[in-house]
Write a protein that binds this ligand. Structure first.
Ligand code: HPA
Length: 252
């Protein structure tokens, strides 16, 4: 049991609201980087104070390359959160990464470009050469894995997240190359989010839900509808994992 009480959850595609969150207030802090995707909802989930931010800004739909990641992370940090769990929908690349598979990645490769990817504006004089050897917070990842085990949720306890630029999906050969690089799953929002959290010193880990076979690996054309349908089916799993995490890591 721990005394940590303020957790941030960043929701991705298909996670517009946290059903169990009793919303008490919302926050839209001003940031030096502009507006956040949507006001942060602060609420109670059981005994825990949870801050929820939908990175795509529902009911709108900010595409992955236009999300203001810096504003989002800055705002969450300014609200005094102690750590962040991100939820990402991903395509499955490696064997076994079929729709419905839950993955807690331990590595990533960043293929994105042209995004505002750092708080280091060169003006502060402090070079932000953050150590990113392990891009996800080891102890928070462990807590997610323990929660998955406790809740009896099948999961991959490690995996490499390949972050692509989007918004288009990948070509079959891009996916083959990513597989050769060692990517297990592919998504568009994992970076620069993870690096910005590290720059701010915020422990950050991700829960990835495979929602489609990556390009060239399935037998149907890829569509957002197909991804949303899988997410809807699997929403209960993510919810159960979060609930267990909150009960074991933050309550008491
Ligand atoms: N590629 C990139 N991002 C994604 C995918 C995909 O196949 N599925 C969900 N997000």
């Amino acid at each position: 049991m721990s005394s940590r009480r303020r957790i941030g959850i960043i929701g991705g595609t298909g996670v517009d609201e946290l059903e169990d969150l009793e919303i008490l207030r919302t926050h839209a802090p001003a940031t030096p980087y502009g507006e956040i995707s949507r006001p942060v909802q602060e609420g109670r989930w059981g005994e825990v104070e949870v801050f929820f931010l939908q990175r795509h800004g529902s009911p709108g739909a900010i595409p992955p390359h236009l999300i203001n990641y810096r504003a989002n992370l800055w705002a969450l940090h300014s609200l005094g959160l102690e750590e962040i769990v991100a939820i990402n929908a991903v395509g499955g690349i490696a064997e076994g990464m079929r729709p419905g598979r839950l993955v807690i990645p331990d590595q990533l490769i960043d293929y994105t470009w042209g995004r505002e990817h750092t708080f280091d504006d060169g003006r502060s004089g402090a070079l932000m050469h953050i150590d990113f050897t392990e891009p996800y917070h080891r102890e928070l990842r462990r807590a997610l894995i323990d929660a998955a085990v406790t809740a009896g949720i099948p999961h991959a306890a490690s995996g490499t997240y390949g972050a692509t630029q989007g918004p288009r999906l990948e070509t079959a050969l891009e996916i083959r190359r990513m597989a050769q690089d060692g990517c297990d799953v592919v998504g568009m929002t994992g970076m620069p989010e993870a690096a910005l959290a590290r720059e701010l010193g915020l422990p950050y880990a991700a829960i990835c839900m495979v929602v489609n076979p990556a390009a060239g690996l399935g037998d149907k054309p890829l569509s957002l509808e197909m991804m949303r349908a899988t997410l809807q089916q699997e929403a209960g799993v993510v919810r159960r994992l979060l609930e267990t995490l909150l009960a074991t890591r933050y309550s008491g």
